[in-house]
Design a protein around this ligand. Structure first.
Ligand code: HEC
Ligand code: HEC
Ligand code: HEC
Length: 457
């Protein structure tokens, strides 16, 4: 699936658009062209394809099931097919869906659709997106199943209460391509890229806490870390260039790599942004208010060094028949050393990264280290493909048990990271089957449901 999407984006964005936003010209035809190109670029920045395409499905034809505490919300077909998609939407209808979370028939959309963020889009950019969706996207005549939320009646009406609690972005004004660097960065981060959807903690009503913007949040087994400029809890030690490299390639040497949901955000969205926009985004992130972190007391990427002492273990990959007998170092030798090196240094070019000065291993939370081992890494961007096998239940190389993963993780964090976190097999077991928490955004608030009016489904 990932590859199909990648090919799609390469075709779509090849050349012209990536050079930066085209400026509107005096001619009507050029205007239309410019609007189309701008719309295509904005759709990438807003990562519409991530949610509106099911695995193996046609781009934007919907059908992806997105987990929420109330059950799966199914994304809709937003291709211009008049029966099954949004072909019958006027610009006005489209604007209401995008910025206010209202469907054409007046029903409230579940806030899995990030309209709270898109509310910040300028009128001009809404129009560019509309023009591109109507004329640049292939119509797909496929009906997606209706979302069935397991709740008496359904909870679309309760969205009204949620919307009153959630603070939407205020629409920006003017031509977003002419903004200065920080304003452009703010616009990209809040209205389009919705970084806060994953990185900002939510209150008990599942509304993003704006006073904790980007301070870190749990995400289906993964943890979207604190990315405020705190020197201990966040990424205060990253330069603007580090952040640009990370968002462009998914890899900031000697600091961090993007796997799981961040790998997808990089693959489908940030790796396709222009360098100028990436710098704007990075400059904005670097100046949001810093928040320290209860679980992190030293920069995550600052632990461990390349030691000169000879590695006492051979680095030879042992053939072992009963992995249950193995302790941390032996599990490492048998499963990881072939790629990450006997001493954890990775490869010379860092295609395989070192495990010291690695934010996932240095973090005070072991969540992302466990998830990386369970799920592996698989990311394709214009700068290439990276992959690490999964060691979880569907592994093609070697399945590791909860007990083995716990032992391996405790060993790795002592050897290369921030110390012993006493991770248990039970904790790994829970992460293997993540609880049904929101995948990317909240569903309805608990207890706020009201009966739906007749006719609204
Ligand atoms: C995080 C996931 C997510 C992202 C990103 C996302 N959407 Fe959605 N969108 C949804 C879901 C889920 C629904 C259906 C919600 C429902 O049924 O209440 C939806 C519904 C819609 C609708 C209403 C269509 C209809 O009639 O049901 C439109 C229009 C739309 N999205 C456009 C967009 C555009 C344009 C973008 C990118 C700028 C985008 N979406 C990005 C999840 C997403
Ligand atoms: C779909 C959810 C999601 C979105 C959207 C998202 N992130 Fe992330 N982000 C994550 C997760 C999960 C991780 C941890 C990934 C890992 O450990 O491999 C992460 C990791 C990061 C890191 C590495 C931090 C570290 O200490 O290693 C940075 C930097 C980052 N994200 C920046 C951003 C920015 C900037 C945006 C908006 C452009 C963004 N993210 C959007 C989920 C998300
Ligand atoms: C076939 C080679 C290979 C094997 C085997 C392998 N890795 Fe990796 N590992 C990689 C590559 C490639 C990356 C991704 C680099 C990137 O994202 O740019 C990676 C990334 C990582 C990361 C960083 C993930 C993140 O989100 O930041 C960690 C931690 C890691 N591996 C640990 C392990 C452990 C523990 C094992 C053994 C259970 C292991 N690896 C086995 C190749 C491998």
């Amino acid at each position: 699936m990932a590859d199909i999407k990648h090919i799609f984006w390469s075709l779509l964005l090849g050349g012209a658009v990536l050079g930066g936003l085209p400026i509107a010209s005096a001619h009507a035809e050029d205007d239309e062209q410019a609007l189309m190109a701008r719309g295509a670029y904005l759709a990438t920045a807003g990562d519409c394809v991530a949610c509106h395409t099911r695995p193996g499905g046609k781009p934007f034809a919907g059908g992806l099931e997105i987990a929420t505490p109330k059950g799966a919300v199914i994304s809709t077909n937003i291709t211009p097919d008049p029966q099954n998609g949004i072909g019958a939407y006027t610009l006005d209808d489209f604007e209401k869906a995008l910025r206010r979370g209202l469907r054409k028939d007046g029903a409230y959309l579940y806030p899995v659709m990030p309209y709270v963020s898109y509310a910040g889009l300028t009128d001009q950019d809404v129009r560019a997106l509309y023009t591109w969706f109507m004329h640049g996207v292939q119509p797909v005549a496929e009906k997606v199943p209706e979302t069935q939320i397991g709740f008496p009646g359904n909870i679309r009406m309760s969205m009204m209460a949620w919307n009153m609690l959630a603070e939407s972005e205020k629409p920006e004004t003017g031509d977003s391509s002419t903004y200065d660097k920080l304003r452009r960065g703010h616009y990209l981060a809040t209205a389009l890229e919705h970084c806060g959807t994953c990185h900002t903690p939510r209150n008990f009503m599942l509304v993003e806490q704006q006073d904790q913007y980007l301070a870190g949040s749990q995400l289906n087994g993964w943890f979207a870390p604190n990315i405020t400029p705190s020197n201990t809890g966040g990424i205060g030690d990253w330069s603007e260039d580090d952040l640009v490299a990370y968002l462009k390639t998914g890899h900031a040497k000697g600091r961090s790599q993007a796997a799981g949901p961040m790998g997808e955000a990089v693959e489908h969205s940030t790796s396709h942004l222009s360098d100028e926009d990436l710098h704007a985004l990075a400059a904005f992130i670097k100046q949001v208010p810093a928040h320290d972190d209860d679980m992190e007391h030293q920069a995550r990427d600052s632990f461990g060094t390349a030691t000169q002492e000879p590695d006492l273990r051979s680095g030879v990959v042992h053939r072992v028949d009963d992995l249950n007998e193995l302790d941390g170092p032996a599990l490492y030798d048998a499963n990881c050393a072939a790629c990450h090196g006997a001493n954890g240094a990775g490869t010379a070019d860092q295609y395989v990264p070192s495990l010291y000065t690695n934010s996932v291993v240095g973090s005070g939370r072991t969540d992302n280290l466990v998830m990386t081992i369970l799920e592996g890494v698989n990311r394709t961007t214009p700068s290439g493909h990276v992959s690490m096998p999964s060691f979880g239940s569907h592994s093609d190389v070697q399945r590791l048990s909860d007990e083995e993963i716990a032992r391996l993780v405790n060993y790795l964090t002592i050897r290369f990271g921030s110390g012993d976190h006493h991770l248990t097999a039970e904790q790994v077991g829970v992460m293997r089957q993540p609880p049904p928490v929101p995948a990317v955004a909240p569903a309805a608030p608990q207890g706020a449901a009201q009966p739906a009016p007749p006719g609204h489904t």
